[in-house]
Design a binder for this molecule. Structure first.
Ligand code: F6R
Length: 600
C-alpha cells in the first residue's frame, strides 16, 4: 500500500520519479505527488487521482536532479490533493513521503507539536513536523531524523528532503518494504525494484529500524544507534518486459493468459534430473517432524490455502488448518505440540500475514513462505521459501499467483507423500502438464466467457457461487474475483449451505454460478441448482467434461479431479474480467484496493 520512490543523480529526476510511480501504481492510486530539489528550493507537485493526472500538473520547466515521489492508498484522511504526499514542514524546509501507518501519531501531536498548524489529516505530517521540531531545538538533520524515528510506533518507509541540503535523501524503514538502488553517479529509493529497473538492477535490502543517508555517490546504512552497516547489493532478476502490458489491454488479461506457461515453469523448477518432484529436504523434514500444519494467508492466497489443505490431507495425510491471518494474530487457536506454519503470500509483504509470522517466530515455530517474491519480508523472515515462479503480477486481482500457489502446494503435498511412502495414485507432473494444456484451451475461449458475462452479469446487483467439496473453495475465489473488479455483490457458498439463510436473497433472475468438477458431489450440487432455480434464480453451471449434464452452460476440459481447481478457475477469472468490462470498471486498479497490503 502506497509506493515511494527517490532519485539523486545527474539526470532529470522528475521523469524518473514519474516513471517509477507509474510502475508502483498497483500499490495505491488515490493520489500521487513528487517533490524535487529545484534551484529555488524544494518544489512539490501533487494531485488527487492517478499518476496520469499528476503528470499533467508537473511543470516541465523545473530542472532538478534530486527528488522523491509517492502514490497513495489512503489510510488517514480521504483521498485529496491536501492529503496527498509529499508533506511539508511548516517552514517548508523538510518534505517527506511515507508508506505505512504511525499508530501513535495523535500522542506525538499532543506531546511535541501542540503549536503546529497541521494542514492535512494524515499521520505522515506528524513525522515531517517532528523532524523540523528537533532541528529547531538544535539537533543536526541526521540526529533529528534519527530521534524522530525512535519516537514513531508503527510501520514506515520514509524518504525525506531537506531544502538546505540538496545533496542528500534521508531514508528509513520499519515493517514497510523499501529498497535502495545503486548506479553510476546516482542512487535511488523504491518500495519495489520494479519502479527503478528503468535505471538500475542493483538493489540493497533494508532491514527494519534502519536509516539510510543517500547521496548520488554513496549509500550509508545505519541502525538507530548510528552504527554503520555494510550490505552488498543484489541483482534484481526481473525482466523489464514482464512488467509491461505489451499488446494486452489490461495486465489482468495478460496474467490470465500466462497461466499455462507459469504451470509449465513450475513443473520444470520443482523437478529433479530424473523428472521427479523434489523439494528442499529441510522443508520436507520440518513438515514430517510436525504434528500439524497451519496455513496462514489472506484473500486469494487464503483461498489457495483451502485447496492446499485438501492436497496435504489427501495426498500426504498431514492434518492442516487454514486461517485468515488478520484473525489469527489476536485469536490464535489452541496449537498442537509441534505445529509447522505455511505462509502463502503472492507479494510476500502482506502486513496481516507478517504480524502472525513475527508471533510464531517468537514462539520458536518453524515456517515456510510460499511466495512470488523471494527476498520479500515474509520470505526473509521464515525459515524456508518456496517460490511461485509466476513472474510479476501487476493487476490488483490475483490470477496467475493463485494457480501457481495451487501447483506449488500440490507439489509440496506430493513430496511429503513420497517421503512417507504414500502413493497419491497419479503422476502429478504429467497431470499438471495436462492442466497447463487445459488452461490453454480455456484461455482461447474468451468470446464464450464474454458472452456468459454479458448474459448473467452485465446488469445484476448480486451473484452467488456454489460448489461442494473443493468446488466450494473455488467458488469463494470466483466470488472474490468478481466482486473486487466488477463491484457486483458476489458471495461463494457451500452448495448445501445456501438454504440455511442466503437462499432468501434469491430473486427472479439472480445469477447463481454452480461449479461441478467433483464426481462424488455432482448430484448434490445439481440438487442445489434445482433448489435455487425453483425460486427464480438464473443458474450458470460450469462442469468438468465427463460430469456434464443437459443445460450446463460451460464445459471445462477434463483434468485430474484433484487438480480441477487449477482449470475451472480460468473461466471464473475470465467471466469476472468481462463482467468488469461490461460495467465499465477499471479492471487493473479497482476502487479502494491496492495490490500489496502492507498495513494491518
Ligand atoms: C485478490 C487479492 C487479494 C490478495 C491478498 C493477499 O485478488 O489479490 O485478496 O490475495 O491481499 O495478498 P498476498 O497474497 O500478497 O499476501
Amino acid at each position: 500500500m502506497c509506493g515511494i520512490v527517490g532519485f539523486i543523480g545527474e539526470q532529470d529526476a522528475k521523469e524518473i520519479l514519474l516513471k517509477g510511480l507509474e510502475k508502483l501504481e498497483y500499490r495505491g492510486y488515490d493520489s500521487a505527488g513528487i517533490a524535487v530539489q529545484a534551484a529555488n528550493g524544494v518544489v512539490v507537485f501533487k494531485e488527487k487521482g492517478r499518476i496520469a493526472k499528476l503528470r499533467e500538473i508537473v511543470d516541465e520547466n523545473v530542472a532538478a536532479n534530486v527528488g522523491i515521489g509517492h502514490t497513495r492508498w489512503a489510510t488517514h484522511g480521504v483521498p485529496s490533493q491536501v492529503n496527498a504526499h509529499p508533506h511539508r514542514s511548516t517552514t517548508e524546509r523538510f518534505t517527506l513521503v511515507h508508506n505505512g501507518v504511525i499508530e501513535n501519531y495523535e500522542l506525538l501531536k499532543n506531546e511535541y507539536l501542540q503549536d503546529v498548524n497541521f494542514v492535512s489529516e494524515t499521520d505522515t505530517e506528524v513525522i515531517v513536523q517532528l523532524v523540523e521540531k528537533q532541528v529547531k531545538i538544535g539537533l543536526t538533520v541526521e540526529e533529528a531524523f534519527r530521534k524522530t524515528l525512535t519516537l514513531l510506533h508503527g510501520s514506515y518507509a520514509l524518504a525525506l528532503l531537506d531544502a538546505d541540503n540538496p545533496d542528500m535523501i534521508y531514508v528509513a524503514k520499519n515493517k514497510s518494504p523499501l529498497l535502495v538502488g545503486t548506479g553510476d553517479n546516482f542512487n535511488v529509493v523504491a518500495s519495489d525494484a520494479m519502479a527503478m529497473l528503468q535505471v538500475t538492477d542493483q538493489f540493497i535490502e533494508l532491514m527494519d529500524k534502519e536509516m539510510v543517508l543517500v547521496t548520488k555517490e554513496k549509500i550509508t546504512i545505519q541502525n538507530l544507534q548510528g552504527e554503520t552497516i555494510d550490505r552488498a547489493p543484489f541483482t534484481a532478476e526481473l525482466d523489464a518486459s514482464d512488467i509491461e502490458k505489451g499488446t494486452y489491454p489490461h495486465f489482468m488479461l495478460k496474467e490470465i493468459d500466462e497461466q499455462p506457461l507459469v504451470i509449465r515453469n513450475i513443473i520444470q523448477k520443482y523437478q529433479n534430473e530424473d523428472g521427479e518432484i523434489e523439494l528442499d529436504a529441510e522443508i520436507r523434514n520440518a513438515i514430517l517432524e510436525s504434528d500439524r500444519v497451519y496455513i496462514i494467508a489472506c484473500g486469494t492466497s487464503y483461498h489457495a490455502g483451502l485447496v492446499g489443505k485438501q492436497f496435504m490431507e489427501r495426498f500426504a495425510k498431514v492434518p492442516v488448518e487454514v486461517h485468515v491471518a488478520s484473525e489469527f494474530s489476536y485469536n490464535m487457536p489452541l496449537l498442537t505440540e509441534k505445529p509447522f506454519f505455511i505462509y502463502i503470500s503472492q507479494s510476500g509483504e502482506t502486513a496481516d500475514s507478517r504480524a502472525v509470522l513475527v508471533q510464531t517466530n517468537e514462539m520458536g515455530y518453524k515456517a515456510l513462505t510460499i511466495t512470488n517474491v523471494p527476498g520479500s519480508t515474509l520470505s526473509r523472515e521464515a525459515n524456508y521459501t518456496l517460490p511461485l515462479h509466476a513472474g510479476p503480477e501487476i493487476a490488483v486481482a490475483s490470477t496467475k499467483a493463485y494457480t501457481a500457489q495451487l501447483a506449488v502446494l500440490a507439489i509440496l503435498a506430493a513430496d511429503i507423500a513420497k517421503a512417507k511412502g504414500l502413493a497419491i495414485g497419479f503422476d502429478l507432473i504429467k497431470e499438471l502438464g495436462l492442466v497447463a494444456n487445459a488452461m490453454e484451451v480455456l484461455c482461447n475461449q474468451k468470446e464464450e466467457m464474454d458472452a456468459i458475462a454479458k448474459e448473467y452479469l452485465a446488469t445484476t446487483r448480486n451473484c452467488f457461487f456454489i460448489g461442494r467439496s473443493v468446488d466450494f473453495y473455488v467458488g469463494l475465489e470466483g466470488a472474490l474475483k468478481l466482486k473486487e473488479i466488477s463491484y457486483i455483490q458476489a458471495e461463494g457458498f457451500a452448495g448445501g449451505e445456501l438454504k440455511h439463510g442466503t437462499i432468501a436473497l434469491i430473486e427472479q433472475g439472480t445469477p447463481v454460478i454452480a461449479i461441478a468438477t467433483q464426481e462424488h458431489v455432482n448430484l448434490g450440487i445439481r440438487g442445489n441448482v434445482k433448489e435455487v432455480a425453483a425460486r427464480g434464480a438464473n443458474p450458470c453451471i460450469i462442469a468438468m467434461k465427463g460430469l456434464e449434464m443437459e443445460g450446463d452452460r460451460f464445459i471445462v476440459p477434463a483434468v485430474h479431479e484433484a487438480l480441477a481447481p487449477l482449470a475451472v478457475i480460468i473461466p471464473l477469472q475470465l467471466i469476472s474480467y468481462y463482467a468488469a468490462l461490461h460495467r465499465e470498471c477499471d479492471v487493473d486498479k479497482p476502487r479502494n484496493l491496492a495490490k500489496s497490503v502492507t498495513v494491518e
